[in-house]
Design a protein around this ligand. Structure first.
Ligand code: SMG
Ligand code: MG
Length: 377
């Protein structure tokens, strides 16, 4: 039986959206490109009972998915926020239904839903973790490491994060930077918990290369093929010993149902932004838990807002694998919340205060803001 979550309605007065550009502590390279600055949209729901905060996890360019900052900015200001404001009294559980007529744009929808949910829970004095169904006070913390200049640099980077205490290592791979990089990490560190993420860089023509990864006893290979290659992922899954995990392909609960029905994956990465919100993320968690499929919480280089929410989500019982829920300092020298997530003994704490359980640092928020717009009722 699904647990029915309910939060109080908030009296919506407006939404303030900001584009932030926050420098990364080091460049982050995936199979689709390199980022040196995190460009992200912060959402503030303005309600009669106080503010709520959310984050739209798009990147500047549509490379991870079709969504990107300016597209999310436009659709949120032009269509999504006005639709919510028109309803005025809104619960977080209403948001997805109100926004359903607008096709796609899940990251934008997720950011607005989180802001409404945070406003409601702050008003109720209820922590997000409790609302979502968290069963842990802290979650094990994995780190996602970008493609480095060469294998030696990768080994140095992995060693640094292991020294910090990270519980699991994920390395990014792409054609030509796969077997040798993975071998270098295994040779240097032995049987550490290790997985790889291809961000859709391969096709079935690469099946022999991907099968070579089997000898490294990886926890999983994440999203080797394209977003819509569900059947090809099923074909690949039958051929590999390494478990196939889907990230980009799982854009909704329905996509997860279909992927499991076709045996396209034996593990799922759940990202609230990618699936349209934390409530949809919980539905996918519930589905996978009932199906005996392990899940873990993915990351989109979140600020302290999304990072707090991800820690709460990752504390649900079905999240049996270590997620990309790292300390804030893995990406940022300065965050926009007053108590950024820190790594303690390989774990990150689930905030216990009302709503997200973190406070915005207004000076940092202003310092990183490059655009700002408010829509009112
Ligand atoms: O937040 O720790 C994090 C980043 C984790 O590797 C990460 N995310 O495909 O899983 C993924 C990537 C997508 C990031 S692209 C903006
Ligand atoms: Mg991924």
């Amino acid at each position: 039986m699904p647990i029915l979550r309910s939060s109080h309605a908030v009296d919506l007065e407006g939404f303030e959206l900001r584009v932030l550009r926050i420098p990364l502590v080091s460049p982050f390279t995936t199979s689709f490109g390199t980022e040196e600055v995190r460009e992200v949209i912060v959402v503030r729901a303005l309600t009669a009972g106080g503010d709520g905060w959310g984050e739209i996890v798009t990147s500047a360019s549509p490379l991870y998915s079709s969504e990107y900052t300016q597209g999310a900015w436009d659709v949120a200001l032009r269509y999504l926020a006005p639709a919510l404001l028109e309803r005025r009294m809104v619960t977080a559980e209403d948001v997805a239904g109100i926004l359903r007529p607008f096709v796609g744009h899940r990251m934008a929808k997720a950011g607005l839903e989180l802001a409404v949910l945070d406003a409601a829970l702050r008003l109720e004095g209820r922590p997000l973790g409790e609302y979502l169904g968290a069963v842990r006070e802290r979650v094990p913390s994995g780190v996602s490491i970008g493609i480095q200049r060469d294998a030696a640099s990768l080994v140095a980077a992995v060693g640094g994060y292991l020294d910090e205490g990270y519980a699991r290592i994920k390395i990014k791979i792409k054609p030509g930077r796969d077997i040798a990089d993975t071998a270098a990490v295994r040779d240097a560190f032995g049987a550490i918990p290790l997985q790889v993420d291809a961000n859709s860089a391969y096709t079935l023509d690469d099946i022999d290369t991907l099968a070579e990864l089997d000898r490294f006893d990886l926890l999983l290979i994440e999203q080797p093929l394209q977003e819509d290659d569900i059947v090809d992922h099923a074909t690949l899954s039958r051929r590999l010993r390494t478990p196939v995990c889907l990230d980009e392909s799982i854009v909704s609960h329905k996509a997860a149902v279909d992927a499991l029905a076709l045996s396209a994956a034996s593990v799922i990465n759940i990202k609230a932004g990618r699936v349209g919100g934390y409530l949809e993320a919980v539905r996918i968690h519930d589905l996978c838990r009932d199906a005996g499929v392990p899940v873990w919480c993915g990351g989109m280089l979140e600020t302290g807002i999304g990072r707090a929410a991800n820690a709460a989500l990752a504390a649900l019982p079905g999240f049996t694998l270590t997620g990309d829920v790292s300390g804030s300092d893995r990406f940022y020298a300065r965050d926009i919340v007053t108590e950024p997530a820190v790594l303690e003994d390989g774990h990150v704490r689930v905030p216990t205060g009302p709503g997200l359980g973190v406070q915005i640092d207004p000076v940092a928020l202003d310092d990183f803001t490059v655009a700002r717009e408010t829509v009112r009722r």
